[in-house]
Design a protein around this ligand. Sequence first.
Ligand code: TRP
Ligand code: SF4
Length: 528
Amino acid sequence: MTTDSSDPHEMHRDGTDREARTDGGVADSDEVALDPWGSATVNDYNKLFDQFGIERFDEVLDAVPSPHYLMRRGVIFGHRDYRAVADAMTNDEPFAVLSGFMPTGDPHIGHKLVFDEIIWHQQQGGDAYALMADLEAHSARGLSWDEIDEHARNYLLSLLALGFDPDAGTLYRQSTNREVQDLAFELGIEANFSELAAIYDFDGETDVSHMQSVVTQMADILYPQLKRPVPTVIPVGPDQDPHLRLARDLASRVRYFGVTEAYASFEAAEAELAVIADAYDRLEDGEETVRCEDAAELLDAEGTTVPTATETVVENASSLLNGAGKEPLRPRVRIVDRNATEEAFEALIAAVEGEKRVYDAHIDAFELTHEEATTVARDVELDHGGYGFLPPSSIYHRFMTGLTGGKMSSSIEASHISLLDAPEAGYDKVKSATTGGRETAEKQRELGGKADECPVYELYAYLLAGDDDDLATEVYSECVNGERLCGGCKEQAAELMAEFLEDHQEKRDEWEEKLDELDFEFDVAGLK
Ligand code: TRP
Ligand code: SF4
């Protein structure tokens, strides 16, 4: 995220307030904790890029055909692998979108962001899924099934009222989706307790059902790919990123084959491979066969030109090469057997074209590109009953600031606007919201307001301006130029909010009549 404040569409929320964490500690200012069950705040979104490897959304924005306003305005600030989805969208290829909601309270305007993201991807041609995380709400939050049923119904009504097409898309709840439960069980085989403990801070006191809700979420995330592997985006808040990292990992662990690079028969780590590749490039002249020992000699005498390689890496590479002696050094693609059946491995051998060398648990292919090898491996896997999962993609949106400042929270009534709030109540909440305004009108005219720190401006940018960039820009620039005063600004926002709520609730009422026609189990009496 840029810190240049000249672009009114970019949100600037590098707030410095520290949040107490649920574990009783206080998040260190140098460290961001992403806790799916903790307090959903992020002090500095920039840290998420360096610390967790989330990528900046800016970087992929140009690849998205007619991006959503939440993307244009930087509300969606980060992603993992979203290019795969953007490319599918561009090329009219299949893709999917899925997100889940813990039905623990009334849906509010923060949830609307995610509803909108799902709906937009559906309208762009994606296969859309929305699920109620009822197992998670019951196990991690302790809600009763009656409460969960009621909240789930309310979430669904709002999702539908905002435009989700239930005929084209899929709605389900975790507890009654047998396929999801079966997939969760399979995925659970690839994850053990120590790993969950490390990722989620689980310990000996963590109940087993909470852990089960984690593998269920892993299955949710991969569920759209049960039919066939397709790029799938999971729109969520950054607190859910640990789940995404684990899901991406599990997706590859259950694969039959992995595709890597190699230069000789031995295995080498990525850093060593880079050093070996560099030595190969320096020795290869198109005439004589380059041998492993030649490369070792070169490394010992002259070192590497790979700037990031440490001395140990170079030493390790050299000793691997020495061990292989006179074996020719040749670039190749290696397809490694991870979970394949014997028949699948045999089929892969037959399917790899051109010169190849077959080992116990891998095949070296000399005439395939990495991409070709990936495709062959996936096709064989799918033919032999494997999942062939692609790593799921994700996009991350900023958390909305509460109307009273601080975080927007379902448990603080005045901090949020529920999608069920009466229009007048919504109006009143906006009117009494905190602003980024100055103490006096005079000062405001002189210095301008602080739109970047104003929850009311956020309402415009995240919701009220909708697709109308001109309105968002106008509010922003009038505010920071001192042409706009908070009283009038809030009045306009409050009216828009009341209109939105009225319209939304009318649509909810219409859907209420049709809920029986939906393929969704609203009542999980069996679990009570
Ligand atoms: N854990 C999510 C939450 O706390 C809910 C959820 C369950 C979810 N399954 C999911 C989110 C799959 C995204 C994708 O709100
Ligand atoms: Fe916020 Fe509007 Fe006041 Fe600016 S004028 S600080 S946007 S309420």
